[in-house]
Design a protein. Structure first.
Lengths: 304, 304
């Protein structure tokens, strides 16, 4: 089924305890598309870039069956740029530089042929931009998922809540769930957030895994204990990509498929962090993915 | 099979965001014995108390089949006392007062009839005291498990490592695993710690669950997302108690049983935090425990 991803396509400079890379490919939509591309075809991206974004990277996406014609190229413009440095624990990072560049004027135009996309993933963006996307859809997607972050809770809570009320699935991290709900207990936070509109809530806990809630069920997807995390950048978006790609490939939305989807997303995220940027995601085989999924099964399987 | 628990039997004053209790029952061995008592009989405690420790609490333990004759009562002495206050997030706490009292002179004497105990759990104590226990055993237990904490890593690392080299199973939290191994990655930390001697390592991550490692396998036991945590005190010891109780009841030690054991320990810990002190552990039915175990199965079960 068709999957539309709206989000940043960016250039990152990243320093981690394992090394440093300059001006590599990043952005939520990039990671989402790569993560999804192993599970479904007919993926479309809506985003904005400048002339500095490498054409070769768009070609690679196209080769994976991703339609990049919705990525608006601004002549003479520069792509969204982020530079950051991760601390030793890899859970905290300092933003060294943010240049909005062309993203500052991002007013997404959804091409007509994307307006009936069956699956929609809204990457982390200004809530008003996420809203503008929803307003342009001609038929309601079977599932609308969105990601967001604490920055929008601090600066645009009302608009954020309006968007949240219109989606089916929200992904946020544990601290954001606490901020959004005002509840410390994640079980209570989930109950409060599901009352805001979404049918499903995924609380991402990084190296501690992810929790999936609906009004009647809770499921926990572990993170694989990794020997080495090279670069955490994009792990959350790759998770979302693997999840939405799995759902679009499966074509049916219910709790059991959601469970499989977030295990799949967790597996893709575990690859993402093994190299800088999207490097590891570029080289995966179907067998790599199946082996990794088997590790997840083994990690939590028990019989009483 | 017989289970010997050596650890503190104490009096606590606890403040959490949910309330405050004065001079309630606490101590590692207390929680271990209560946690284990639902899964095995023939539990023995070696500890030390003062005259202020309520006799009625010892009677309750006896009624659950726990042999308390190894708890040395110091005439005119006062029990180990700890007062603490938990912060809103319940993961951090301030120690308001610690009175070692009779614990300062704790030189454990293992009664002859305990010296062939099949299962041994060393609660968190000075490494020299843990060592003194090991030296008194007449036959090597089928499994020796120990708990410890960062304080001993800071003050008695050499002696601690000697004790660790003599046990089969070590339980520590994630930060302690990092400190003990010098590795940030828990997978690397586990490899390093298993080289120090133990066959099994359990890394406790509180609300994020627990990881079990041996040299060939890794297993993750989730924590249940709870609506309300009343009092985290003793959760780690109750976990250890449920785990060792399960193993002693099962009577066979292999990775599959270890997995069941730490799920059982996690279930018991999830009860422990629902009320202050050991209050919740006192009132459980077999059905409560089975229902809780089912929740754990449901929480992580998926089929690809």
């Amino acid at each position: 089924m068709s999957l539309l991803a709206v989000g940043t396509v960016a250039i990152d400079t990243i320093e981690t305890p394992q090394g440093k890379v300059d001006r590599v490919v990043g952005g939520a939509a990039t990671y989402i598309a790569w993560g999804a591309s192993y599970f479904t075809k007919d993926i479309r991206i809506v985003s904005i870039i400048g002339e500095d974004f490498p054409q070769s990277e768009l070609e690679l996406l196209k080769k994976r069956g991703v339609d990049t014609s919705g990525i608006h190229l601004v002549k003479g413009g520069k792509s969204f740029f982020w530079a950051g440095k991760y601390h030793q624990d890899l859970n905290t990072r300092d933003t060294l530089e943010t240049q909005l560049n062309v993203l500052g004027d991002f007013d997404p135009v959804i091409p007509d042929e994307y307006k009936k996309s069956k699956y929609l993933m809204l990457g982390n963006l200004t809530p008003s931009v996420q809203k503008a996307v929803l307003d342009q859809m001609k038929t309601r997607p079977e599932i609308i998922a969105m990601d967001t972050m604490n920055f929008w809770m601090d600066t645009a809570m009302d608009e954020l809540k309006e968007v949240i009320s219109r989606v089916d699935l929200l992904t946020i991290n544990d601290e954001e769930a606490r901020q959004l709900s005002g509840e410390h207990s994640l079980a209570k936070a989930a109950r409060a957030i599901l009352r805001m509109g979404p049918r499903y809530l995924i609380i991402k806990k990084g190296e501690h895994g992810a929790l999936l809630f609906d009004n009647n069920n809770v499921f926990f997807a572990p993170a694989l204990p990794l020997y080495e995390v090279f670069d955490p950048t994009g792990a959350g978006d790759t998770f979302a990509g693997g999840m939405m790609g799995y759902l679009a490939g499966a074509g049916e939305i219910h709790f059991e498929n959601l469970k499989r989807a977030i295990i799949t997303g967790s597996a893709m995220a575990s690859f993402c962090v093994e190299k800088f940027s999207i490097d590891r995601l570029k080289e995966l085989s179907q067998e790599d993915i199946e082996d990794r999924l088997d590790e997840f099964v083994k990690l939590v399987h028990f019989e009483l």
